[in-house]
Design a protein around this ligand. Sequence first.
Ligand code: HEM
Length: 444
Amino acid sequence: MKATAGPAEIPIIGSILDLRRDPPRFFAGLAAKYGDVVRFTVFGREALLFSDPELIKEVLIAQPKNFRKSRGLQLAKALLGDGLLTSEGDLHKRQRKLASPAFAKSRMGKYGDEMVRITREQAAGYAAGETVDANQLMMRLTLAIVNKTLFDADVTGDAPKVAAALEVILNNMDRLLNPFTEIMNMLPLPSTLRLREATESLNTIVYRIIAERRASPEDRGDLLSIFMAAQDEEADGARMTDKQIRDECLTLFIAGHETTANALAWTLYLLAKNPEWVTKARAEIKAVTGGSSLTATHFPQLKILYRIFAEALRLYPPAWTISREASVDTQVGGYDIAAGTTVVMSQWVMHRHPRYWPDANAFDPDRFLPENEATRPKFAYFPFGGGPRQCIGDQFAWMEGVLILAVLLEKFTPQLTAPGYEADIHPMITLRPRGGMPLVFAKA
Ligand code: HEM
C-alpha cells in the first residue's frame, strides 16, 4: 500500500488564490503537472484531486458509504433543508426512493409535451436578428418548464415572484461555498436579509401550493402530485411531510433549471461557432418529422442533437466538479485516505483529459457515436455524476436539452455577435458563461 497519496504538496497560499481565480483550469493544471492523484490543502484541510476514471468510479460507485457530500453542500442545507441534493444516509435513500417515480420513463412523455409547448411559446417572443443574452433566455425557459412540471398551473400567477426570489438565491449560492457563511448568515448584512426574504417568499408560495394540493389531491401528472402520493411502503407507510415536500421542491427548482440553462447557452454558442452542425441537425429534424410539426415523441430519433448536446456537456459541464469528504479512514486504489479528507473529482478536468479525448478542445459531436463511446472508460465522461447520488433528473435534462434545441433550430440560427467571439467561463456552483451569452438568433 502506498503510505501517502500523491506526489505534490501545493503551497497553501498559492492553492487558495488560484482556486478562487479559476478553479477548473487550476485543477486541470494540477492534473497535467502532477498526474492522476494530487494532494493539496485548502484552509489547512487535506484534499485530493482524483483524475483517473477507476478512482472516481471507486469513490462514487464502490464506496459511497465511506464518503459524504463535501462541506459546501452540507452548508447548502441552510437553504435547501434535507432535499435530495443535501440529505445523507438512510434519509437520502428513503427520499430518493419516494421521488424516483416522478422521473419514471412513463412520466417523460408528458413532460416532453410541456417542454415543446413552452419553448414554442417563449420562442415566439424572441427578437430575431437582434443580440440577445441566450443564457438569460434559457434560464427563463427552463425555469418555466420546471415550474410547470413541478406545480402544474398553480404557480403561473406567482412566476415573477418565484423567478425574482430564485435570482437572489442563485446569485448568493456561491456564498454557500464560503467557510465564513455560517457567521455571515448570523449578521444583519443587506445580502443576508435579501437572502432570507427570498427564501421566505419561496417558502410562502411552496407551502401554499402544498396546502391547496392537500385539499384536492387528484393526480395532475406533475412532480408535486407524485410527492403527495408517494408512500414508503417499506418504512411506516407515512407520506412525505410538508417540510420534506418543501425541501424537495426547492431542491428541484434550483438543481433542475440553472444546470440545463447553462448547458443550453453553451450548446447554442458552440453551434454558432460550428454552423455545419446546425445544418446536420436540421436535416435530421426534417427527416424525423417528415415535415410535420415536431413533438416530444420524436425525441428518441433526434440522435444528432443528442450528440451535439452530449459534446456541449463534455466541453462545458454545468456541474464542473464533484467533491466528497471521507467519513471514515479508507483506501481507494491502494491510497490511504484519512477521515475528513476532501476528494475532488472534476468533470472539467476529465472531459478534456488528453488521454481519453484526442484534440480535446475541439467540438466534435461524433465522439458520441456508439462505436466511439465504447472505447472510453465510463468515468472519463460523467456530466451527471454516478452511483447512488447520480443526478435524478438526467433523463429529464437530456430530453429537455434536445427538444429545446430542436424547437429553436426550426425557427432560428444561432450566430456569434462578432466573428471570432470567444465566451469565457464563470465557474460558480455551475459553469456559467462570464457576463452572459450574447448571441444573435437569426431567422432560419
Ligand atoms: C444538464 C443538466 C444537469 C446536470 C449537468 C446535472 C448534474 C448533476 C450532478 C453532477 C449531480 C450529482 C452531484 C453529486 O454527486 O454531488 C446532480 C444531482 C442532482 N440533480 Fe442534476 N443535473 C442536471 C439537471 C437536473 C434536472 C433537470 C433536475 C431535476 C428536474 C436535477 C436534479 C438533481 C437532483 C435532485 C440531484 C441530487 C440527487 C441525489 O443526490 O440523489 N438535475 N445533478
